[in-house]
Design a protein around this ligand. Structure first.
Ligand SMILES: [Zn+2]
Length: 145
């Protein structure tokens, strides 16, 4: 797989734009809903580069795990859901992190993670995750910026 990892800001931008388009065209979102969806898919577009040791996303993983857990706990989810997500992120970081464009850059990982996201968060949030994540894979493999 040739090419360097794309700049994380480019991934953030592409993910947010893809998410915004989907939110508007498919869900008919506007205003704050559109902005939230777009922000979520933009952040999810950074996730695949967690398998790059020196990526921005990777260095921020610990804080992301803590923030997600705190957010979900504050939003009233059962305690084990944020705890499970935080532990999964941290376990991935410490035990499994492969080199860039490893397992997290595969369609199989995207499919599995999307199903998990659907199970935990429902269709809207899961689709924001999927579109952001997919935009990253497409950008890495097709554009080679
Ligand atoms: Zn990548």
């Amino acid at each position: 797989m040739p090419g360097e990892p794309m700049d994380w800001k480019a991934h953030l931008f592409l993910g947010a734009v893809s998410g915004g388009l989907l939110a508007h065209l498919f869900f008919g979102f506007d205003g704050i809903e559109l902005a939230s969806y777009s922000a979520l898919s933009g952040m999810c577009a950074l996730l695949p580069d967690l398998d790059a040791r020196k990526s921005k996303a990777s260095s921020a993983l610990f804080w992301l795990a803590m923030a997600v857990a705190a957010f979900l706990a504050a939003a009233g989810f059962p305690w084990w859901q944020p705890a499970a997500i935080a532990m999964a992120l941290l376990a991935f970081d410490f035990a499994l992190r492969p080199r860039h464009r490893g397992i997290m850059h595969s369609a199989a990982f995207l499919a599995a993670a999307s199903i998990l996201a659907y199970f935990f968060f429902g269709l809207v949030a899961a689709s924001a995750f999927s579109i952001g994540y997919l935009s990253h894979l497409l950008a890495d493999f097709c554009l080679k910026i």
